[in-house]
Design a protein around this ligand. Sequence first.
Ligand SMILES: Cc1cc2nc3c(=O)[nH]c(=O)nc-3n(C[C@H](O)[C@H](O)[C@H](O)COP(=O)(O)OP(=O)(O)OC[C@H]3O[C@@H](n4cnc5c(N)ncnc54)[C@H](O)[C@@H]3O)c2cc1C
Length: 367
Amino acid sequence: MEHVDVVIVGGGPMGTAAARALSAKGRAVILLERFTLGHARGSTAGTTRNFRLTYHDPLYVRMARRSLERWRELEDDAGVELLRVVGGLDVGVATEASARALEHAGERLERPSDAEVAERWPMLRFPPRSSFVYQPDGAVLRSQEAVRILARLARALGADVREETAAESIAASGDGVEVVAASSTIRATVAIVAAGAWSSSLLERAGIPLTVEPTLEQATYFDADATDLPTVIDWDEAPEQPPYIVPDPFEPGTIKAGAHLSGPVVDPDTRSFDADEARELRVADWVGRRLVSGARSLRTETCLYTRTPDEDFVLDRVGPLVVASPCSGHGFKFTPLIGEVLADLVTGEAPEFPLERFRADRPALRA
Ligand SMILES: Cc1cc2nc3c(=O)[nH]c(=O)nc-3n(C[C@H](O)[C@H](O)[C@H](O)COP(=O)(O)OP(=O)(O)OC[C@H]3O[C@@H](n4cnc5c(N)ncnc54)[C@H](O)[C@@H]3O)c2cc1C
């Protein structure tokens, strides 16, 4: 039997960020990742993610602001650029709420008119009399690269990061927890379960019900002139499943587009990796209507959301287990901040923002 302070199950962004934060606090950490770091079978497929302060709720705006500071610190630590500011443009009546939330949190925003949008971004077109919010700190993150870097920094601080090693079971035991992996048992004071779409099945076996659903989402890459293009979300097109564009400033000439929360519920072990053609065509049609110069579809990749019914994250401690399910399709931007929050849940220190809303036993999560 091995003994360690903390076992982390899952080497995605959240697990690796927690490993770095805990190792920096001097805790002995073993991180188990069933595949390889930066793989594409979970929630972190693809090279980029949208970073935005624009949320309908001031709490998320403040969390995003803190995260932006943490991303900059992480870049300094690693000596690698991970976040490039391109600005973020939101379209639709739903922008009223996000404008209020940004103002409430004291953030910069602009409300450009149709004519101003047309003049500033001549490559974009929208229906007449659309509403807009432009937030200049909107950015694009290098997602899979960030996971590899977080793991590298965690290892440099002493974390034992084990790839291709699946946690087979987790169980509270005495005043700690036992995790079985590669047929041997690791005993720890606390285990963090940051296993993405696999979290609920692991936790269920540990006696903790978690109402999260893996859904099969997809994003299509297009060959398009993306110079000076901001990220775009079009709430008027489909308020519940808004389509979005994420330009890739690290690979100029390519944009990514998809529709938020538009995929079916799946089992992460038996899911398909094939694109859904009907959704691919819907997104291509929307991109064709929004980009003046048109765009050629290059490829589509699939990726899993782990969705809660209220789309809020789960960040909580239940006995010796810390539950980390920060997805619902919008968690990546908070990665370094969430790593610190998970470390706080382990050590008992006060986190930087209130966690009440993210409890595992909140009413919205009761089946
Ligand atoms: C198409 C798509 C677009 C998105 N766009 C954005 C965006 O623009 N902005 C944004 O902020 N967020 C976005 N997200 C959400 C964001 O990517 C997720 O919130 C984030 O990747 C979740 O990270 P995670 O560490 O929780 O999960 P994962 O990355 O899935 O990591 C969990 C890890 O646990 C491992 N694991 C599972 N079971 C075990 C086990 N038994 N033993 C060991 N390891 C195990 C898995 O292999 C995996 O590596 C998007 C998500 C998708 C799918």
